[in-house]
Design a protein around this ligand. Structure first.
Ligand SMILES: *Cc1c(COP(=O)(O)O)cnc(C)c1O
Length: 403
């Protein structure tokens, strides 16, 4: 008995000789080969030359983020403690008073809205989304061009959207029921009222403001620009260009509003109870943000331009094909390539080309753009070297169709 115990002890000690060697060999033999779940489940993987799209699972997390997630999975901590600590770090990086990790930008919109309505009143938290007779405000002012779908997140908290176009209309719309003035950064160029004026009107009437900047890094400075500008709440996606978990996002802004927003989020019950972010994702979000801020963005931008140039050079000589390097002004602000063709010379529709690229090997996704003969692509979600495959495959298909 004793002897066996001794041997058992020996086998796990890092001693030299045959015993350790045997243990090592046994462990190696037991290690299962890594499962290829994509293959096992018959899932198509593809080269993402489209960009950051929710339907395409947005972005790939870097190793540091995966490490944070794995480390997070090894211990218990209190959920509120992780939010407190990570929130402080995020706030410091982004120049806000406070911050919390949310289940994506959409959840940041919902929780921020809830916080604006309830303040620190727990009774009100349990009354959402039914505002009538509660004493809570119930209207949110939104510019017409900004009301294109994402504003519906706010209605989860029970508010009514009041659509306006001009400064005069905002002034007329403001009343004792007005809870918030909301701004969608992506649509700023389309709206009649710009950031500063929006903030000016809100401050004049002592109304809180919220801005959605979901897909608006790069540039990295946007992470603090709107906090510096004076928006009370700023909402951003974590899994787009920042490459955090796709199901994470950030709500940042005034301390009292973030504290209030947390009353509607897990671990508490309330309208945000289903928008849980686990500790692993909270840690992953933090590391992704930190890494993104430290990143050499100028160098990466040059690399994107080189990749776009490589693809451009491969296809622009094909008869009837026109290319243009474009830069979306706000969201997905990254060098992109627009490819269009004369359908008399290249007998291919946009959708047919998309389908050929999708069904090719390897499969590639691009974006169907404005006209029947126009696709668009980006390179910021490509893995190193994939630009060559993208160039080659598009060249192949366009050449083949231009017989
Ligand atoms: C992507 C996006 C959202 C939603 O963000 P999630 O992180 O997917 O929840 C909200 N608003 C805008 C403008 C977006 O582009």
């Amino acid at each position: 008995m004793r002897r066996r115990d001794l041997l058992k002890g020996l086998s796990v000690l890092p001693v030299s000789g045959g015993v350790t060697g045997q243990v090592f060999a046994a462990n190696t033999a037991m290690a299962a080969p890594k499962r290829d779940l994509f293959k096992e489940l018959g899932l198509r993987t593809f080269i993402n030359a489209a960009g950051v799209y929710t339907s395409m699972t947005a972005s790939l997390m870097p190793q540091e983020v995966l490490d944070a997630i794995n480390t997070g999975a090894e211990e218990y901590v209190m959920l509120d403690d992780v939010q407190d600590k990570v929130g402080e770090k995020i706030a410091a990086i982004c120049h806000s008073e406070a911050a919390m990790v949310t289940a994506g930008c959409w959840s940041a919109l919902v929780l921020g809205m809830a916080g604006v309505l309830t303040g620190m009143d727990n009774k009100k938290v349990m009354q959402l989304p039914f505002l009538e007779g509660t004493g809570m405000k119930s209207e949110v002012i939104v510019q017409k061009t900004h009301a294109n779908g994402y504003h519906l997140a706010l209605t989860n908290a029970g508010v009514k959207i009041i659509v306006v176009e001009t400064r005069e209309e905002v002034e007329k719309a403001i009343n004792e029921k007005t809870a918030l003035m909301w701004f969608l950064n992506r649509e700023a160029p389309e709206g009649k009222i710009q950031h500063q004026e929006w903030l000016y009107i809100a401050k004049k009437h002592n109304l809180p403001t919220m801005i959605d900047i979901a897909a608006d890094v790069p540039p990295v400075e946007n992470l603090w620009k709107y906090n510096d500008m004076g928006f009370d709440l700023v909402c951003i996606s974590g899994g787009k260009a920042m490459r955090g978990p796709q199901s994470a996002g950030i709500l940042m802004g005034k301390k009292d509003l973030i504290a209030a927003a947390r009353l509607s989020a897990p671990p508490r019950s309330g309208i945000g109870r289903g928008q849980k972010v686990n500790k692993e994702e909270i840690l992953g979000m933090y590391v992704a943000l930190e890494k993104y801020v430290k990143h050499d963005h100028a160098r990466e931008w040059k690399m994107w331009e080189q990749k776009i140039a490589l693809i451009d050079n491969a296809i622009k000589g094909i008869a009837g094909v026109k290319t243009e390097i474009v830069l979306p002004p706000v969201a997905n602000h990254t060098p992109s390539l627009s490819i269009s063709w004369d359908d008399k010379k290249v007998k291919l529709t946009r959708d047919a080309l998309g389908e050929k690229l999708r069904k090719g090997n390897p499969s590639i996704e691009v974006i169907a753009w404005e006209t029947e003969n126009n696709i668009r692509l980006t390179v910021f979600m490509l893995k190193p070297g994939q630009e060559k495959i993208v160039a080659q495959r598009i060249k192949e298909e366009l050449t083949q169709a231009s017989a």
